[in-house]
Design a protein around this ligand. Structure first.
Ligand code: ADP
Ligand code: MG
Length: 557
């Protein structure tokens, strides 16, 4: 390891390894295949570049993006490390020349696009080389559960038997969900214990989630107030990207845009403008950014919530790669959940839809967390939580914490009374006493929880409140064609009066008077909970239709 440290100094000019780097390098040098999970900007490249320098032979790096390879090879050459790439930008002759250099032992690292592995001729050419290490960058591309599945990544296993000795494998990714990690390990034959996951905490990032902002105004103001700063604005759809782009360019900002609806050449030109600081702001869909190493991004603003935490943290993590304080702002609106749901439901694969919807729910929960946002992310990625960061919008938030137990009880009681088989929107409509025809059809207007929050909350605030209760684990979501909500065991404790619910409140809570009907509702409900003989209210009624139930019990709640 002493030698590895000298390499770090000599070639890269850094004195110490970052968390996790030394362990990965040590395992790799020992011939142990490993999975390295570090957030974007965490320093994954060095984990294979240093072993490549120290090992006899040529390290092959599988990398999904041409621009990514080019940047890395350029950087390596600047650091006096002989490296090259092979991808579709090279002519046949250039490929030959590169292979000759490799065969002659002039190269230490060779980056290849995964599609190359589909060619038998190319594999044969590779088989003449001596390859001690195979680095698989952006390894989540191998998993169909990852957010960037690339079928050609599945060809990587062909390299396992190409040489007399199987190379050591080092898989690297910023995606740390258990499913994806399992998939990567299984497909690349990596032991579970050989996983090194670290560094998800980014001390220079201040995370914010802002609910209920006027987004357009917010973005315009933010961009104006931070005149000198370079930033990325992510939106969920092409249409939204175009709209934000128009608003900002009309107000005279130097903006670029990027989405899959633009031609390849235009996308490249826009990216260049941003990378060269000719455009200060990039407005883009999630198509933009993989492998972009632009160090001076001071803010990443999400105009719409992304579909999962991995995407969010990967995109947000593009801020502050230089280690300087940077902002990651997420503008949340409950309508955006519908947009994402719609996008997810475009898939043909039922199992995948269910899984993606569950991940979307986790993202929504994150937006409604009351605790430290940085810690919520660490917890999600399975890392040990630290002291509250003191930088995120929740940590610096001056809003008072309010006791919302009674409002929570109203919502939970209503969910129970509706049979625990309806979605958020329907529950919200009943709570505010909507005259919607469906509600009349189901007989919900006869429930006494009908309209129980009327006049107290606006309809959108009820939705937000329900989402908050889900985030707090008091309501749970059952996914299916229509996601439905039900009262969790913790939620039951709230109904029983054994547990308080506290919320950082934007809306004012109406205090109940002694004769509020809620108390009677709760009395009846608690009696039922205590009395096991009666219809258990905490199961989803499957054998009776709800109308049935309402007919039989018209006066209770
Ligand atoms: P990743 O692939 O994980 O997104 P990179 O490998 O591109 O991240 O590294 C991000 C930045 O961190 C690069 O500018 C790199 O030079 C820098 N870096 C990597 N390791 C160290 C280290 N030990 N000390 C300081 N900077 C480092
Ligand atoms: Mg990388």
């Amino acid at each position: 390891m002493e030698q590895a440290r000298q390499m770090l100094q000599h070639h890269f000019g850094y004195d110490t390894f970052r968390q996790g780097q030394a362990q990965i390098i040590e395992q790799t040098l020992r011939g142990q295949s490993s999975l390295c999970v570090m957030p974007t900007g965490g320093g994954k490249s060095i984990c294979y570049q240093i072993p490549a320098l120290m090992l006899e032979g040529l390290t092959i790096v599988i990398s999904p993006l041409i621009s990514l390879m080019q940047d890395q090879v350029e950087a390596l050459r600047t650091a006096n490390i002989p490296a090259a790439y092979i991808n579709s930008t090279l002519t046949a002759q250039e490929v030959d020349e590169t292979m000759q250099l490799a065969r002659a032992g002039y190269l230490k690292l060779l980056y290849i696009a995964p599609e190359r592995l589909e060619s038998t001729t190319f594999l044969q050419a590779l088989s003449y080389l001596s390859v001690p290490l195979l680095a698989v960058d952006e390894a989540h591309c191998i998993s169909q559960w990852g957010h960037d599945f690339r079928p050609s990544y599945r060809s990587i296993h062909k390299l396992f038997t190409l040489w007399p000795q199987k190379p050591t494998v080092l898989a690297l990714t910023a995606t740390a969900t258990p499913t994806v990690c399992d998939d990567i390990r299984q497909l690349l034959a990596i032991d579970e214990q050989a996983t090194v996951m670290t560094g998800f905490s980014r001390e220079n990032l201040a995370l914010s989630v802002l609910i209920g902002e006027n987004k357009e105004r917010y973005v315009k103001n933010y961009v104006q107030q931070n005149k000198q700063e370079v930033g990325i604005i992510y939106a969920a759809t092409r249409k939204a990207v175009d709209a934000i782009y128009d608003v900002l360019s009309r107000s005279g900002e130097a903006v670029a845009k990027y989405h899959a609806g633009l031609s390849e050449s235009l996308r490249m030109a826009e990216q260049e403008r941003f990378l060269k600081d000719e455009a200060r702001i990039m407005v883009a869909t999630n198509a933009f950014g993989m492998g972009i190493d632009k160090s001076n991004v001071r803010f990443v603003l999400h105009y719409q919530m992304p579909r999962n935490m991995e995407s969010y943290y990967q995109e947000a993590g593009r801020a502050g790669r230089d280690g300087l304080p940077s902002a990651c702002i997420l503008l949340y609106a409950s309508g955006d959940v519908q947009t994402q749901r719609f996008l997810i439901e475009q898939s043909q694969d039922e199992a995948r839809i269910t899984q993606e919807l569950a991940k979307l729910q986790t993202m929504v929960d994150y937006c409604h967390t009351e605790g430290c946002l940085q810690n919520a992310i660490l917890a999600y990625f399975g890392e040990v939580e630290e002291e509250p960061c003191g930088r995120c919008s929740n940590c610096i938030d001056g809003r008072a914490v309010t006791d919302v137990t009674e409002d929570a009880q109203k919502v939970l009681a209503c969910v129970v009374r509706m049979g625990q088989k309806f979605g958020k929107t329907m529950v919200a409509q009943v709570l505010i006493g909507s005259k919607n025809q469906k509600i009349a059809e189901f007989g919900f207007a006869r429930l006494s929880t009908y309209g129980i929050l009327k006049g107290q909350y606006a309809s959108k605030d009820v939705s937000n409140f329900i989402e908050f209760l889900i985030a707090e684990g008091l309501l749970a979501v059952k996914h299916g064609t229509f996601p439905t909500i039900y009262v969790s065991a913790e939620g039951k404790e709230v109904l029983l009066g054994n547990r308080q619910v506290m919320r950082k409140e934007a809306v004012t809570v109406k205090k109940l008077v002694d004769n509020d009907p809620l108390f009677e509702h709760l009395r009846v409900l608690r009696k039922e909970i205590a009395d096991e003989e009666k219809v258990p209210p905490f199961v989803v009624f499957s054998d009776k239709t709800l109308r049935d139930l309402c007919d039989k019990r018209p006066t209770v709640l």
